[in-house]
Design a protein. Structure first.
Length: 88
């Protein structure tokens, strides 16, 4: 029955038309790009690990993380505005 069908490698999925799309396949390009570029949890240190002492200057705090995220958002907005200005 399966001989001579031209599908000897068995790689064709007979239920491919009925397969539910994955989460990433359901997103449009805009949402997919945001999902891929998102940083889930940047490295931070425990502010209370030193027993109330002020952390060293090179330690990355929550405030630093928020400031970096804001700068990244502003840079992306500026890139989009520049690209839009070039299109006109």
């Amino acid at each position: 029955c399966g001989e001579g069908d031209g599908d000897d490698d068995g790689s064709a999925d007979p239920f491919a038309a009925h397969r539910a799309p994955t989460i990433n396949e359901r997103y449009d390009e805009y949402h997919r790009r945001g999902r891929v570029n998102r940083v889930l949890s940047p490295e931070r240190t425990d502010a209370f690990a030193q027993g109330g002492k002020t952390p060293a200057a090179e330690v990355r705090t929550y405030r630093d993380t928020l400031a970096e995220a804001e700068v990244a958002r502003e840079a992306e907005a500026l890139r989009r505005a520049m690209a839009e200005a070039l299109r006109r």
